[in-house]
Each structure stands twice: as C-alpha cells, then as structure tokens.
Design a protein around this ligand. Structure first.
Ligand SMILES: [Ca+2]
Length: 318
C-alpha cells in the first residue's frame, strides 16, 4: 500500500495532500482502535492531551549545588564527548561533521527538497536522554515507563519542549558547554548520516532495526513482544554516525518552530520566527513505519505543557 501511495504522490501536490490526509485518517483509525489519541500533530497539527497516562506536573526539585562534572573528549580532538553527570551517570555525544546536504524529500508537500549547509561541526547525543540522565540533571523523573527493571536506560518521556529546554539549560550550567536541542536541520542531517534513502538503514526498516509498530501487529501482539512501550537506549543498531533510536522508540523534540521550508539553499537554518507548534522528529514505539522516515516532519501545538509517553528528546552540543 505504501508503494502505491508513493507513486500517487509523485503525481503532484494534490496527490501529496491526499496522502497526508490518508496518513492522518490512518492515525485516527489506529487511535480509535486503541482507544488512544495520536500524540503528535500530523498533519493537521492537532495534538490532543494524552490519555495513556495521567497528566504530569513536573516538580523540578533543586539539583545538587556542586555536581561532579567532567567534560572529556573535545580537548583531545576526539569524535566523542562524554559528559559525566555524577553518580556514575554519563551522557555521550558523537561529533557530526560540517557539510552540505539535501534536506527533505519528494514524498510529501512539507518536505520540499532544498540544500542545507551545516557550517560547523557539532555534537549529537548518541542516545535519547535517558531517565537516569534526566533524574541526574533535573532531580525528577516524569516518565510513564519508569517502574521497569531497565527504566534507568529507557528514554525519558512525558517531557514538554520547555522541560527539554530547561534540561539543556541546567546541563549547560553543570558542564560549561552549550547544551541545546538540535535544530530540525541538524536532526535530519544526523539521522540520515550521509544516506539519501527513506531511512538511515535503506528504504525500509525491519522490526530488528528499530522500535516501532510493525505493519499488521496488533496491540496484544505488541505487548506480548514487549514492544508496546519504550525500549532501553542502544537496544537497536546505531546509524552510520553512531546514533541510536533516530527511528522510533520515542519521538524527539527539535528546537525549531514548524514552518514551510525555504526554496533556496540555506546555511544553519533555525526555522521560522514562529509557527503552529514545535517540530517533532523520528516517530515512536507506536508509530507506523512510514512515520519513522528520516524526512518526516511532525509538530506539537502545545510545547509548553504537552507531555506524552511517546515523546522525548536528545541533546546537541556546540
Ligand atoms: Ca527516536
């Protein structure tokens, strides 16, 4: 069915709009089946409150005054940086080279292809921010999947865009480095890791390569296979640049407001000044394969107080 859809889209913008509508209807049908509401705004931007967990009000208790922080790697010119958050908790980032790439695709109207130059190398978290990392920096863990044996290494979720930004701010204070959310362009560039295929593993992904909802798998089957939730980071293979979970597990907040791509070539784009919501990338454990594409754009209309078990983040470092 996906191939049929893709060939329709090649026909033109009208077909693309139809496809977007079908995807939205598909998500709505799935949500209807599972009794859950979609957690992200594709493509209408509607982002209803999550029903899969009670609302979480982050307590944000004060962090320790003098955390142990070691920054290593960058000074030696290494391609990795490890931030030590104390108590044996570390956060590892990979160096992402500066380069020009073709952002977007021919698949969907809001993925308009254009040339993007990343002018400076930067570092990208090889993993989603985990629950133990969030706990170490923020002193709290809002995650729905926090009572499992392996929760420490599962991604933190139930965090708003503002929570993620606050995490970055506190982490920056701890480390003296400029920790931040990646821009949408940086995210896609890092996700692709030099590939031009639909996914960083090729034009399809198997259930052994990412945590998502394989086609035809029921809610019951997903639970039986332990796929009805987050998985510890590093469970699935990394992309060519050593980044894990760029497809699936939890979706990821980016820094930008959602908006129309420019037609011309741009350097270090930061997104529009304002928009209908903040960009979300990657797809999550409950997403269909199509939603995991390297170029697929979603957004959330309530970045300050929208918290979902399917939504987390990773950090970038200058
Ligand atoms: Ca992800």
């Amino acid at each position: 069915m996906r191939r049929a859809l893709l060939s329709m889209v090649a026909g033109g913008v009208a077909a693309a709009l139809l496809l977007a509508g079908l995807v939205w209807m598909s998500a709505a049908r799935r949500a209807s089946r599972s009794g859950k509401t979609p957690t992200t705004g594709t493509p209408s931007g509607i982002s209803p409150a999550s029903k899969d967990a009670p609302p979480v009000v982050p307590a944000n208790p004060p962090i320790p005054e003098k955390p142990t922080v070691i920054v290593s790697g960058a000074a030696q010119g290494s391609d990795r940086v490890t931030l030590n958050l104390g108590d044996g908790v570390t956060l590892e980032l990979a160096r992402i080279p500066a380069e020009t790439f073709l952002m977007g695709s021919l698949i969907k109207y809001d993925e308009k292809q254009h040339e993007v130059t990343i002018s400076k190398p930067f570092y990208m978290g090889i993993h989603l921010v985990t629950q133990e990392q969030y706990q170490a920096v923020m002193g709290t863990n809002p995650s729905q999947f926090k009572d499992r044996e392996d929760s420490a290494r599962r991604p933190v979720e139930q965090v708003s865009w503002s929570d993620a930004v606050e995490f970055c701010k506190k982490l920056s204070e701890k480390t003296g480095r400029n920790a931040r959310l990646p821009t949408e362009a940086e995210w896609e560039y890092a996700c692709r890791a030099g590939t031009t295929t639909e996914y960083s593993f090729g034009d399809a992904i198997s259930a052994e390569q990412a945590n998502f909802r394989p086609e035809g798998m029921s809610e019951e089957e997903m639970r039986a296979k332990n796929r009805a939730g987050t998985t510890p980071v590093g469970t699935f293979p990394a992309n060519a640049w050593g980044l894990y979970d760029m497809h699936g597990n939890v979706s990821e907040w980016c820094a930008d407001w959602y908006g129309e791509y420019p037609a011309e070539a741009v350097t270090d784009p930061q997104g529009p000044e304002e928009g209908p919501g903040r960009v979300i990338r990657s797809g999550a454990f409950n997403s269909d394969l199509w939603e995991l594409r390297s170029t697929l754009r979603q957004w959330n209309t309530k970045p300050d107080d929208s918290r979902h078990s399917t939504l987390g983040f990773r950090i970038a470092l200058d």
